[in-house]
Write a protein that binds this ligand. Sequence first.
Ligand SMILES: [Zn+2]
Length: 220
Amino acid sequence: MSEQRDNVLLLRTIPYSDSSLIIHCLTQSHGRISLMVRGARRTKSPFRAGLMPLHQLQIRWKTPRTGSMGTLLEVQRLQPLVDERKMLAGQSLLSNANVLFPDGVEHGYAELHQAFTILSQQEETLGLPSAIWNMLSSAGLVGDFIHCWHCASEVSLDEHMYWLSANSLCSKCASGRGLELNSGYRKSMLNLLEGKHITLSQNYLSIWQHIIDESIASHH
Ligand SMILES: [Zn+2]
């Protein structure tokens, strides 16, 4: 047996047996791990106060010589990841990260941490989709609104692109199918993703949300 220590972000907790929990976390330098937390649901468990969602945590755990699941030994709660007004949005980031960075991946901590930073810097209306988009983009799952995902050609900003099967395509590849991402939409999105302060119309915002939902669903 050996002991490890790392900073982690808690993705989810699952009740196990009468009093225990299994936790899934993204660690700063050990990828995604799941751990058994014995007795965590007992009233007097020392883990109860520490295992707070939406906080950065520092943990110490024991890795088994065989098998995959280690055991949590100690948890220390560090700073909160979002302020209380944005807790629901924060939960949404966690559940998306849970899908985007599944068991076996070596990354995800930095991406999710960055997403929380984006969420806390902006109003939630734009901050939440921007944060999720950033995770999708760093996971390599979304294009850039400039190049056709299919043929890789650059599409002039004065032309439309088309959203089809969870990718943005040029008019040639889409050949009349898909949801139109018009020139105005593409320009707004590019400005937004470059960090310019713009407001997005309700219509553009719903298109973006649709694109995000389909990108995540296609990854399931
Ligand atoms: Zn194309």
